[in-house]
Ligand binder design. Structure first.
Ligand code: EPU
Length: 339
């Protein structure tokens, strides 16, 4: 018998702290257990939602169907060659703890991604990224189970189709695959990425030599200063994606607003800092009901207490409208919504 629980509270299982219940809930602790669920016609008749660290989600007050909490654990060095270590972690491993463990082993490469909330299994879905590094730069391959057939498939890097905060698993593969393990290729010739201004500055201020452990230290310090700790103030990280626009639009806006922050993407496109747009539209630190935009980083929506999905959606619309009216730019929500 599978230990399925009804009307299970999810408020503590999402970093936003939104009021939410799962109609049905089950913890998955092995691949075999997941495959057993897939073979069970009664369970298959329900809508399934896969829950990792719950750090990139807007949960409805009642999530219909079955919520599977992916609690697969384990991390190990699976291979090594002259150039790299290949390190695998199961999907349920806590991302930050995994990153710190690799650094403690002397394997650099993931340090810029320190302190990102969530689990290893969720990290490729939205191609998490910070301070000049994205999962796509370090992932070797991953293993996922097909939710209809139970097939265990290895996905190559190409098959994951990574893009900015996006992948196959957020697009065509959404709802069809459960990522169960991810393997990272950590180069032995460590390439420190410190070009992101704030990190470079933090290393200098703390007089830290450039190595993986110190970059992690600097990233942690910067994140702790700027981003709210979900344990204290509920949030799902950046609430909006930075919009990518044609260069012509970016340049016109830059003439109008010289302070506008933008980054080149390719020959024809630039990425605008949505945090700056929201800040300059007057929303930094402002609240609407129990939610608001964080006072130190306007891109992060925070839950001041007792919020539910409808409060989040109301503020999302308000901000989108303000940015659209002021800059004629559309910004998209970054977290995934569950109904
Ligand atoms: N800015 C403002 N006001 C604000 C916020 C930002 O003027 O209230 C300006 C900053 O001064 C800076 C620029 O906007 O010049 C960019 O800000 P920041 O460096 O904080 O980065 P971001 O573009 O807002 C992205 C990621 C973060 C990641 C940082 C660092 C997205 C959606 N967000 O934020 O990722 O930590 O870069 O690499 O791409 C996340 O995805 O949840 C997340 C936190």
């Amino acid at each position: 018998m599978l230990p399925i629980q009804s009307h299970y509270p999810l408020t503590k299982l999402n970093t936003f702290g939104l009021q939410s219940y799962a109609e049905q809930f089950l913890r998955i602790e092995s691949i075999e257990q997941l495959q057993e669920c897939i073979r069970n016609p009664e369970l298959r008749a329900m809508t399934w939602s896969l829950l990792g660290g719950g750090s990139n989600l807007v949960l409805a007050e009642l999530v219909h169907g079955l919520v599977l909490k992916i609690d697969l654990l384990g991390k190990t060095l699976v291979a090594e060659d002259a150039d790299a270590w290949y390190v695998q972690a199961a999907a349920g491993e806590n991302w930050h703890q995994f990153v710190q463990w690799t650094i403690a082993q002397g394997w650099g490469g993931l340090e810029n991604l320190s302190l990102i909330p969530g689990t290893v299994g969720a990290s490729p879905v939205q191609n998490i990224g910070a301070y000049g590094v994205e999962i796509k730069d370090v992932m070797h391959e991953l293993k996922a189970v097909h939710l209809h057939s139970g097939e265990l498939k290895t996905f190559t890097h190409d098959e994951c189709r990574f893009a900015y905060r996006d992948s196959f698993f957020k697009q065509e593969g959404a709802g069809l695959w459960c990522i169960v393990a991810v393997t990272f290729r950590l180069a032995k010739e460590h390439l420190a990425k410190t070009s992101y201004g704030e990190i470079e500055q933090e290393l200098a201020t703390q007089s830290l030599a450039i190595n993986a452990a110190n970059i992690a230290k600097a990233v942690i310090a910067v994140r702790q200063r700027k981003l709210p700790d979900p344990a204290v103030l509920g949030n799902a990280g950046s609430y909006f994606k930075n919009p990518i626009v044609p260069n012509q639009i970016a340049q016109t806006l830059k003439q109008q607003y010289p302070g506008l922050v933008l980054y080149p993407v390719d020959a024809n496109h630039s990425k605008l800092a949505a945090g700056w747009l929201i800040d300059q539209a007057g929303w930094k630190g402002r609240q609407l009901g129990p939610v608001g935009m964080y006072q130190r980083q306007a891109l992060v929506m925070v839950n001041h207490g007792g919020a539910s999905a409808s409060d989040v959606k109301a503020l999302e619309k308000e901000i989108q409208l303000a940015v659209q009216q002021k800059y004629q730019v559309t910004i998209e929500a970054e977290p995934i919504s569950w109904n």
